[in-house]
Design a protein around this ligand. Structure first.
Ligand code: IPE
Ligand code: IPE
Ligand code: MG
Length: 246
C-alpha cells in the first residue's frame, strides 16, 4: 500500500468512524460468484481499511459485521459467515496486535458458538493494552437490543428513575467508554441505518459512497474524510458565522 503523505491529510480528521460494511452479496452476484465469496472479499478489504485508518490517524473504528436481524438469512450463509469470522480471528489476530490495534466487541456474545466466544474473549484480552487504534466489532449487534439490554441491567442494579440521564444510559450501553461516532459510512448505496448505533449516532455525520464494501478502498476513505472535513456540525444550534453577524 502506498504510504500516506502526512501533508496531504484533510484538516479535520474524525476521532471515530463507524462503517456499515454493506454490499458483499451484490459484489459477488455481479461477478457470478456465491455470496460467501463476497463476504470473504469483504474481510480482505477490512484489513486494508484498518491499515488506512491507522495511517490517517483515526483513533476508533467501529465495524458492523453481523446484525441481530442477520440470523434471518439462509442457514448456509449464516454458518459460512460464522466460519469466516472465526478464520479472521485465527489469521489476523497477531498482525492486528503487532499493529497496535485494541479489539472490542459490541453485541450479544453469549448467543454465539462457545468455541467462537472463547476466541473472541481471548482476542479482547490479548489486545487490551494496545492504543493505536480501537477496533470495535459489532457482531450479533442491534441498536434496539443494546438499549433493551441497558434498561434490563439498570433495573437489575436498582437504578432509580431520577438517576437516569444521558450519561448513565451511555454507560450501560455496549459502547461504554467509546466516544460517539463522528462519521458513519454505509457502503453499497443503501440509505438507511439498519439498527446500527441508534443512540450513539444521534449527531453523527452520514456518508453513503456508491460502492460495494469490497471496493471501498483507501481512496474512497480519503474522499469520505475530505467530505467530513467540510461538514459543519451544528448540534441544533445556528451556524457559527451567522451567530457572529446577529
Ligand atoms: C453486508 O453485505 C455483510 C453482512 C450483512 C454480513 P450483505 O450480505 O448485506 O450484501 P448485500 O446487501 O446483500 O449486497
Ligand atoms: C446491515 O446490513 C448489517 C451489516 C452490514 C452487518 P444488511 O444488509 O443486513 O441491512 P438491510 O437488511 O439491507 O437493512
Ligand atoms: Mg446488505
Amino acid at each position: 500500500m502506498e504510504p500516506i503523505d502526512q501533508n496531504d491529510l484533510p484538516e479535520i480528521v474524525p476521532t471515530h468512524i463507524a462503517i456499515i460494511m454493506d454490499g458483499n452479496g451484490r459484489w459477488a452476484l455481479a461477478r457470478g460468484l456465491p455470496r460467501l465469496a463476497g463476504h470473504r472479499a469483504g474481510t480482505e478489504n477490512l484489513r486494508r481499511v484498518i491499515e488506512a485508518c491507522i495511517e490517517f490517524g483515526i483513533q476508533y473504528l467501529t465495524i458492523y459485521a453481523f446484525s441481530t436481524e442477520n440470523w434471518g438469512r439462509p442457514q448456509e450463509e449464516v454458518q459460512g459467515l460464522m466460519k469466516i469470522f472465526e478464520d479472521v480471528i485465527d489469521r489476523e489476530l497477531q498482525e492486528l496486535h503487532d499493529q497496535g490495534v485494541q479489539l472490542r466487541h459490541i453485541g450479544r456474545l453469549d448467543q454465539l458458538d462457545p468455541v467462537f466466544q472463547e476466541k473472541v474473549l481471548h482476542a479482547l484480552e490479548y489486545t487490551r493494552h494496545n492504543r493505536r487504534l480501537v477496533l470495535v466489532v459489532a457482531m450479533n449487534y442491534g441498536g434496539r437490543d443494546e438499549i433493551v439490554n441497558a434498561i434490563q441491567r439498570m433495573i437489575q442494579d436498582g437504578v432509580s428513575a431520577d438517576e437516569v440521564d444521558y450519561d448513565l444510559v451511555s454507560k450501560y450501553l455496549f459502547t461504554a467508554g467509546v466516544p460517539d461516532p463522528d462519521l458513519i459510512i454505509r457502503t453499497s448505496g443503501e440509505l438507511r441505518g439498519s439498527n446500527f448505533l441508534i443512540w450513539q449516532g444521534a449527531y453523527s455525520e452520514w456518508y453513503f459512497p456508491p460502492v460495494y464494501w469490497p471496493d471501498f478502498d483507501k481512496d474512497q476513505l480519503r474522499l469520505a474524510l475530505e467530505e467530513y472535513s467540510h461538514r459543519e456540525r451544528r448540534y441544533g444550534r445556528v451556524a457559527a458565522a451567522k451567530d457572529e453577524q446577529s
